[in-house]
Design a protein around this ligand. Structure first.
Ligand code: CA
Length: 225
């Protein structure tokens, strides 16, 4: 092979490598774009039986949050998105909202979940008040530090549920029925293969970015038809 041929051959190889790289980058880019913006769907919507429900039980649109009281993004979602959803869709009866416990942060997640389920049993009308108060109690910084203790839960319950019977709350908290409620939530977490909190579902649509209010709106409008 003469020098000129060698040169042109390496030019061809070089060009091919560059083309392959560009194509690969394009494919990766498209893939991550799709992953980011496209909502997945599941075979059915999560059941809300035995779950706390805010709004019209018979609404055509069911919004379910899979959340964790230890999760900072869930606190942010409850502060930034839920009030808007309530105003636009829940108060008007177009959609109902429900919360299912996820235990991604271990023992503290479980204590928070047990407390919520106990309030739901004794004072169902005050569940959302307790729910909000517990997220409010989540420290803005160092949320990984221990903060959900039985003592803290009692304190939050006392303040957010004025008519609470503390003894009843303690009994409910530790009852096997209460544990079964938390177990039921874990079955839903498995059934819907929940990998992150919060996961927001609009009927059977899993919203890819739970903080994207416009994406949630689009899904609700679509499911209202
Ligand atoms: Ca539950």
């Amino acid at each position: 092979m003469n020098k000129k041929n060698k040169k042109s051959r390496s030019l061809v190889v070089y060009t091919l490598v560059v083309i392959v790289l560009f194509v690969a980058l394009f494919i990766i880019n498209q893939f991550s774009k799709n992953k980011d913006s496209e909502n997945q769907t599941t075979a059915e919507a999560p059941s809300t039986i035995s779950q706390p429900v805010m709004g019209n039980e018979d609404a055509k649109v069911s919004i379910v949050e899979f959340g964790d009281y230890k999760c900072p993004s869930c606190k942010a979602w409850g502060e930034q998105v839920l009030p808007q959803l309530k105003k636009d869709y829940i108060d008007s009866g177009k959609a109902k909202f429900s919360y299912t416990n996820v235990l991604f942060h271990g023992e503290e997640s479980k204590l928070g979940a047990l407390a919520g389920e106990a309030i739901l049993k004794s004072n169902p009308d005050d569940f959302w008040s307790f729910h909000k108060a517990l997220f409010n109690a989540q420290p803005a910084a160092n949320h990984d530090d221990l903060w959900i203790t039985e003592e803290k839960l009692l304190e939050v319950a006392k303040v957010s549920v004025p008519t609470l019977d503390l003894e009843q709350f303690r009994l409910n908290f530790k009852s096997s029925e209460n544990q079964e409620s938390v177990d039921l939530d874990q079955k839903l977490v498995q059934q819907f293969n929940i990998q992150q909190t919060p996961t927001i579902m609009i009927n059977n649509i899993v919203i890819s970015n739970p903080l994207d209010y416009d994406a949630i709106k689009v899904a609700i409008e679509q499911e209202s038809k």
